[in-house]
Design a protein around this ligand. Structure first.
Ligand SMILES: NC(=O)c1ccc[n+]([C@@H]2O[C@H](COP(=O)([O-])OP(=O)(O)OC[C@H]3O[C@@H](n4cnc5c(N)ncnc54)[C@H](O)[C@@H]3O)[C@@H](O)[C@H]2O)c1
Length: 262
């Protein structure tokens, strides 16, 4: 029970990686505030409470400062502290060349993936500084490390997440607060299947097979494999790690040709 007596806040917690991480924190003893704009998070939180965990859900749009302030306040009202923050909500945007990208889609992707992460940091870090302790994990992506033709707004947003992570880590490091990022590769959630479907609609031949072939392990990661990295970075075992990014990608960025040259 690495997080007994700790409070964790997780955004994008109604589905996918956020939901799995919320479950992981709760099962390791944390009290968890699940945050999402999708009210389906109410049922997800209820399911965890039925397992005996102290979990609440707060509906919020991470792009709205008032909503962010309100979810931080909700965690403090309930439990008086925030020790771990998984700043994770994100959207993928549309798969098309940059010259076809709609301005509104670019704005939406940057709003959720960059401004949402910024606002989370802006409102949670003062709490952690006052406590003299805390650990944040921002969700970037392997798209934060390399380009991806057809996904320029998403790639730009995830590279910005790494910039925010490294800069702010240096600002709070002497106050007991660590800020890191995870860079998942393709992982089994709604998002990767949306990207596959969009690529297929644009005429790509079996994108799922092509994506998997570019991963040395030959498969997508599982949400539980991302959760394991998030919990590690939030735990005492990572006490010397800040401003870092951790790839959990089956070897994809290390070896982008996958197993093709074997
Ligand atoms: N699945 C992958 O292959 C993959 C790979 C790399 C990075 N990521 C990143 O992981 C994170 C989680 O994605 P996922 O795969 O779980 O996708 P997902 O679509 O299953 O989950 C994303 C969650 O974020 C929520 N959300 C979206 N916009 C929001 C907003 N404005 N306010 C509050 N909540 C909002 C959604 O309702 C949803 O519950 C994202 O940041 C994504 O970019 C995913």
């Amino acid at each position: 029970m690495r997080f007994e007596g700790r409070v964790a806040v997780v955004t994008g917690a109604a589905h996918g990686l956020g939901l799995d991480a919320a479950r992981g924190f709760a099962r390791e003893g944390a009290r968890v505030l699940m945050v999402d704009r999708d009210p389906a998070g109410h049922e997800a939180a209820a399911a965890l409470r039925a397992e005996g965990h102290d979990v609440r859900f707060r509906a919020a749009d991470v792009t709205r400062a008032a909503d962010v302030a309100a979810y931080v306040e909700a965690a403090l009202e309930a439990w008086g502290a925030i020790h771990c923050f998984f700043n994770n909500a994100g959207i993928e945007g549309e798969v098309k060349p940059l010259v076809e990208q709609e301005e509104a889609v670019f704005d939406a992707v940057l709003a959720v993936n960059v401004k949402g992460v910024f606002l989370g940091l802006r409102h949670v870090l003062p709490v952690m500084r006052a406590q003299g302790q805390g650990a944040v994990v921002n969700t970037a992506s392997t798209a934060g490390l390399v380009g991806s033709a057809g996904l320029s707004p998403y790639v730009a947003s995830k590279q910005a997440v790494l910039g925010l992570t490294k800069s702010v880590a240096g600002e709070v490091a002497r106050e007991g607060v660590r800020v890191n990022a995870i860079c998942p590769g393709p992982t089994e959630t709604r998002m990767i299947h949306s990207l596959e479907e969009q690529a297929a609609r644009r005429g790509a031949n079996d994108p799922a097979e092509r994506y998997r072939a570019a991963i040395p392990m030959g498969r997508y990661c599982l949400p539980s494999e991302i959760t394991a990295a998030v919990l590690f970075l939030c735990s005492e075992a990572a006490s010397g790690i800040t401003g870092a990014h951790l790839q959990v990608d089956g070897g994809r960025t290390a070896c982008p040709m996958g197993s093709a040259m074997r």
